[in-house]
Design a protein around this ligand. Structure first.
Ligand code: FCB
Length: 504
């Protein structure tokens, strides 16, 4: 079981992967830029739990899902194979041999899912489009049956007064594009831009709010470096190249979408985690800055400032395949920044021993560990609401008070129905209560946050963990596909109805 998803720098570099590429990495230097201080305080649960917290009128109360995790119907109505279909069908890749072939069967049960949202009083639904449903082999014209599914879904949401909040890429690349080289291949950026334009043309008369990518940092790390997610590659070079191509795709996709729909609001959903220094030493503080650059802004700085983060100057741009003129192309003045946040990261300088053995300090720029002081969820992630406060404040300060949406936050607790069929998931209520309290504090201090999307609307296929981890506000019985709103879903319905979070 994975602990957190973003430990790659230490694991990749300690495996000695970089030493295989001496020529590419020579001449790299380490920036010593000091960053914004993280507010002091160590308690994970310190935000106003004794009073009502009122959110602004018009705040978006939502839930999030992703195509591969809920739709099923993996080969229906002309859909092409995705890298997740291929990966999950490969024995040994997914816990218990689970696959997303059926998942929550949302491809057929989307009306029931909209009914769940209505019962929870949601006014925003973040879902993703399956690229191979639209372009079965990743290029060429639109598969009409694929786009029809999303037409029906969008119309159904609008009828229910729920904002369709659409992610273009939540990890299910058409397998044909992986066969042609995948994300390390420069052409994939152009393919993504074409796809973005096609979808914007088809749905953009009714959808106005879009995210280009979900968590580039996570899908590239796990899919190309660690190999635990699709497409299952373990190559430092592929990973580095892919990070640059996705940054290019972000810029190209942004422009393509805006060309089709100039008034669209276009952002991204980035995996973030506040990076705290493990101790008080200058080395640990520098490590925290590097961890922040790696974890939070590797895909934000190129979009907003046309450069890689200063604290990442140890990255080898030659190995990444950066060409002259590229950094202009990565620019995408995003209309909002989506934050997916679950936990925090503790950063420290590599031990002296590690440095001595490996001689070059840049081989070990930062060690990143998950926190362990707060309660742990069933998937092994620490509950730490302050991470959300810290991250929202940092993005607010560093990027001049941008519009922010919380595009995901949530927890895996595997509570099931009791004898009367009720799911008392009190720990999930506490989680969302405390993270919302932390968010409210950031908003009171000036952050411009427009919405909160619980991960997830319902239990679903949790990638390499299969169906073993339940994140939903609604329970799914995978044998019958029956959905049951959990206590947390009922609680969230009250929050959404009144735009108010009661005392914890
Ligand atoms: C996020 C992913 C989402 C889901 C949650 C638990 O990193 O974006 O698909 O797996 O984690």
């Amino acid at each position: 079981m994975r602990l957190t998803r973003r430990k790659f720098v230490l694991s990749a570099l300690s495996a000695g992967a970089l030493s295989a590429l001496p020529a590419l990495f020579s001449g790299c230097s380490v920036s010593s830029k000091a960053g914004t201080a993280i507010p002091a305080g160590t308690s994970g649960r310190q935000f106003g739990s004794s009073a009502d917290i009122v959110f602004p009128q018009g705040f978006f109360w939502g839930a999030a899902t992703a195509s591969y995790q809920i739709e099923g119907s993996w080969n229906e109505d002309g859909k092409g194979e995705s890298i997740w279909d291929r990966f999950a069908h490969t024995p040994g890749k997914i816990k218990n041999g689970d696959t997303g072939d059926v998942a929550c069967d949302s491809y057929h049960r989307w009306r029931e899912d909209i009914a769940l949202m209505r019962a929870m009083n949601l006014n925003s639904y973040r879902f993703s489009i399956s690229w191979p449903r639209i372009q079965p082999s990743g290029s060429g014209g639109v598969n009409p049956k694929g786009i029809d599914y999303y037409n029906r879904l969008v119309d159904g949401l609008l009828e229910a007064h729920i904002r369709p909040f659409v992610t273009l890429y939540h990890w299910d690349l058409p397998q044909a594009l992986e066969d042609a080289g995948g994300w390390p291949n420069r052409d994939t950026a152009a393919r993504f831009a074409d796809y973005a334009q096609l979808v914007a043309q088809a749905l953009g008369d009714r959808v106005s709010d879009w995210m280009l990518f979900n968590e580039p940092d996570a899908f590239l790390d796990l899919g190309y470096l660690e190999g635990t997610h699709a497409p299952g590659r373990k190559s430092l070079l592929d990973f580095l190249r892919a990070t640059h191509i996705v940054n290019l795709a972000q810029g190209e996709g942004f422009r393509a979408l805006k060309a089709a729909r100039p008034k669209a609001r276009v952002g991204g959903a980035f995996s973030m985690s506040s990076c705290e220094p493990a101790g008080h030493s200058e080395e640990d503080k520098l490590a925290a800055e590097r961890a922040h650059a790696i974890t939070n802004i590797w895909f934000l700085e190129p979009a907003l400032r046309g450069r890689y983060p200063e604290a990442l100057t140890f990255l080898p741009e030659t190995a990444m395949g950066v060409k002259s003129g590229d950094m202009e192309k990565t620019r995408a003045p995003l209309d909002f920044i989506g934050i997916n946040l679950y936990y925090r990261t503790i950063a420290s300088a590599p031990a002296a021993m590690e440095r001595a053995v490996h001689a070059q300090e840049w081989l070990f720029p930062v060690k990143m560990d998950p926190g362990h002081e707060g309660p742990m969820t069933d998937i092994g992630w620490e509950v730490w609401p302050k991470s959300l406060y810290d991250m929202v404040m940092r993005i607010t300060r560093d990027y001049n008070r941008p519009v922010i949406e919380i595009t995901e936050s949530g927890c895996a607790y595997n509570d099931g129905p009791d004898r009367s069929g009720v799911i008392h998931d009190t720990r999930r209520v506490s989680y969302h209560h405390d993270y919302l309290a932390a968010l409210a504090q950031a908003m009171a201090e000036g952050a411009d946050v427009r919405g909160y999307h619980a991960w997830s609307l319902m239990d679903n296929f949790e990638w390499a963990d299969g169906f073993s981890q339940r994140f939903g506000l609604a329970y799914v019985d995978y044998k019958t596909q029956k959905r049951i709103i959990k206590d947390s879903g009922r609680w969230y319905a009250g929050v959404a109805a009144e735009s108010r979070v009661g005392p914890g």
